[in-house]
Design a protein around this ligand. Structure first.
Ligand code: AMP
Length: 214
């Protein structure tokens, strides 16, 4: 199964992708995670991507398309995968169509996670993650059971994304509305788009997604 999770930053794509990954045994492909790893590793690709990421803008299509093209050829993607944060422009969506066609594969579902923008800003600016297991937390909505300690891993230094500052979040939302939202009619025309209410609690969103996939 090949699945795209589509929605603005903070809609919960990463959270739901992790749940689907556990349930369906599919690989989660997050271009944001791959780019952050490249930035941390100081690779040439990371250097090219960093300025755009820091400003809350999109990294160039060429870069993300080549990352995904290479990644989906790998063995662990043959059973299927969940795209989280890709495609983000019509050019990326068209490139994905070509890649899949060439590989004789097809896109099964595109799930739009719809959310309220002001709520998003609150969600994003409060979030933090365990650097060991990737579990996500939130200052207001999901504190760890013991302060300073991950529920899965014990005491850790939690990390916050540098682009989760309010000003950058606003720029990221602008990029979503201007460049990514046109993918909604693109996939609607192809008959693969379904929308879920991303404002519901995590497990209820998961149930809605499960119903779409069933
Ligand atoms: P994310 O973790 O998905 O919110 O992505 C973090 C940042 O990485 C974005 O704000 C962009 O700068 C960059 N990025 C991730 N995926 C893409 C993509 N498909 N196209 C362009 N830029 C991307």
């Amino acid at each position: 199964m090949i699945l795209i999770l589509l929605g603005p930053p903070g809609a919960g794509k990463g959270t739901q992708a992790r749940l689907i990954m556990e349930r369906e045994g599919l690989v989660q492909l997050s271009t944001g995670d791959m780019l952050r790893e490249a930035v941390q590793a100081g690779t040439e690709l990371g250097r090219k991507a960093k300025a755009a990421m820091d400003a809350g803008q999109l990294v160039s299509d060429d870069i993300v398309i080549s990352i995904i093209a290479e990644r989906i050829r790998q063995e662990d993607c043959q059973k299927g995968f969940i795209l989280d944060g890709f495609p983000r422009t019509v050019a990326q969506a068209e490139a994905l169509d070509r890649m899949l066609e060439k590989a004789g594969r097809k896109l099964d579902h595109v799930i739009e996670m719809r959310v309220d923008e002001e709520e998003l800003v609150k969600r994003i600016t409060g979030r933090f993650t365990c650097p060991k297991c990737g579990e996500g937390y939130h200052d207001e909505f999901k504190l760890p059971k013991v302060p300073g300690s991950c529920d899965n891993c014990g005491p850790v230094e939690f990390v916050r994304r540098s682009d989760d500052k309010e000003e950058t979040v606003r720029a990221r939302l602008k990029a979503y509305n201007g460049q990514t939202a046109p993918l909604l009619p693109y996939y609607k025309d192809k008959g693969v788009l379904r929308t879920v209410d991303g404002m519901l609690p995590i497990n209820e969103v998961a149930k809605e997604i499960e119903a779409v996939l069933a």
